[in-house]
Write a protein that binds this ligand. Structure first.
Ligand SMILES: Nc1ncnc2c1ncn2[C@@H]1O[C@H](COP(=O)(O)OP(=O)(O)OP(=O)(O)O)[C@@H](O)[C@H]1O
Length: 210
């Protein structure tokens, strides 16, 4: 398989909920089996039936999590609904050593934290064409209540605001036509540079959720 100059740098994928990250990743993994891997996160939550330690997550106690965090073992960590989650440096390193490309699907706070580390990943932002299209896709996916959709749209606006800051991401891909977006995403995933898409002006984005 042909891989580009950035192959050995982890790829940090972020973007609003519903922008199409899972859709793009699913296609990439299907087309290139065995070439890419997600790092296994640590969590303090209890395993659900069928979940295996070291596969879905590294399940650890709060004490062990805190001790690893205090030793600087995480590139990013956060608390969601009472449980701690984090990506360890070791989890990323073991993928890089295996020769696969490590992909991290991460929310904006995690991106900010990783920027303070020496990980040096490639940052790729998946943007929706507009907030009204994002709303339609979230509704179409059928996984969210109306209130949750509006909450996700507000968060999306903040994420797009951040993405507009110069240097926030290395690549911005607007997921308008799926085949076009996938073509760009595949280039980035294989370690090649691409020209970034322009983001729609913010005022326009803000209007759409009022
Ligand atoms: N280019 C596209 N055109 C039309 N629909 C799309 C496109 N890309 C994705 N979708 C649809 O939009 C919905 C949201 O996509 P997806 O679930 O991949 O988003 P996500 O970024 O992974 O969200 P989350 O962060 O919540 O997991 C899905 O129903 C998907 O089929």
């Amino acid at each position: 398989m042909m891989s580009g100059p950035h192959w050995f740098r982890p790829l940090v994928l972020s973007g609003p909920s519903g922008s199409g990250k899972s859709t793009l990743l699913k296609r990439l993994f299907a087309e290139h089996p065995g070439q890419f891997a997600f790092s296994v996160s640590h969590t303090t939550r209890t395993p659900r039936p069928g979940e295996v330690d070291g596969i879905q997550y590294h399940f650890v106690s709060r004490e062990d999590f805190s001790s690893l965090r205090d030793r600087g073992g995480f590139v990013e960590n956060a608390e969601f609904s009472g449980n701690l989650y984090g990506t360890s440096k070791q989890a990323i390193a073991s993928i890089v050593e295996s020769g696969k490309r490590c992909i991290l699907d991460i929310e904006v706070q995690g991106v900010r934290q990783i920027k303070c580390t020496d990980l040096n990943p490639v940052y790729c932002f998946i943007a929706p064409p507009s907030l009204s299209i994002l709303r339609n896709r979230l509704i179409g996916r059928g996984t969210e209540t109306d209130v949750a959709v509006e909450k996700r749209l507000k968060t999306a606006l903040e994420e797009i605001e951040y993405a507009r800051l110069p240097g926030a991401h290395d690549h911005i891909i607007v997921n308008d036509d799926l085949d076009r977006a996938y073509g760009l995403f595949k280039s980035v995933a294989l370690g090649n540079p691409i020209p970034s898409d322009p983001l729609a002006p913010l005022e326009q984005a803000a209007d759409q959720i009022q």
